[in-house]
Design a protein around this ligand. Sequence first.
Ligand SMILES: [Zn+2]
Ligand SMILES: [Zn+2]
Length: 305
Amino acid sequence: MKLTFWGVRGSIPIPGAETARYGGNTPCLEIEGSGGECILFEAGSGLRVLGQDLMKRGTSLPAVNLFISHTHWDHIQGFPFFTPCYIPGTKITIRGPVHYMEKKTLQDIFANQMEHEFFPVSNQQLAADIAYEDLSETELEIGGVKIRSQYMNHSIRSLGYRLEEAGRTLVYTGDHEPYYNMFADADGDAHEDDLLFEGVDDTVDQAVKRFIGFVDQADVFVVDCQYTPDEYPSLKKAWGHSSWDYCLDWMQQAGAGRMILTHHDPLRTDEALDAIFQDVQRAAREKGIDPDAIMIAREGMEVTI
Ligand SMILES: [Zn+2]
Ligand SMILES: [Zn+2]
């Protein structure tokens, strides 16, 4: 599998001189299987740039398998600008979860952002052959690539994906926050005298184990790392994202080979990300993790698994 990062920023695109090296586009990750399978994670603004690149490759457009972790705007906003949507005959399948309280389908949600108040072309006017599939936890195969999805911890229903091809494994979390006991007080103590909250810590432990099991022995682990340990959990708890100290723990516990940190906070300049990377590598060394096995995602980065 060959990975190419087209967008690595969380929340909102941030172009400009201060973010030119790592890039300002919201999430999009391309995975090319060894049989030419075209699997994409996320339709952030990076999808627009990928679309331009696909058009320049000189071959007929591949069948596009677009998976989104969830429907937050930074994960779907690039779709109306994805040029292959406007090319007749292009086959595009979009898969992702819909929140359990939501009555709309995935197709409805993609169509919403293309209503005339927001965009001049409606979803129904797109020339490509586009199919939508509401996804839950499941297993499927795209050519020679096996894909398994599992719910992550986010403010709406969000899926992580585990891909396997020829014995090599990629795990992508999408947006994910460490599991925690939301009924515990500020010191982390649960209200153990309250019967209603009995067993919550066990539930959290089981969720963490299940998450680690999902990442188990991944050759490459691409993980949401929007925050630093100074920001999370004191300032950003319940915002749906992780900090790098948790990511290092997960990498170690799951025995992942390499880890790529992504979904960078929009406040980070290139210099800030350089400084964070140094902190991460120092902490990795202290934990006995090879610092060279950790990367910070940047636009244009290619990784072969
Ligand atoms: Zn996001
Ligand atoms: Zn989100």
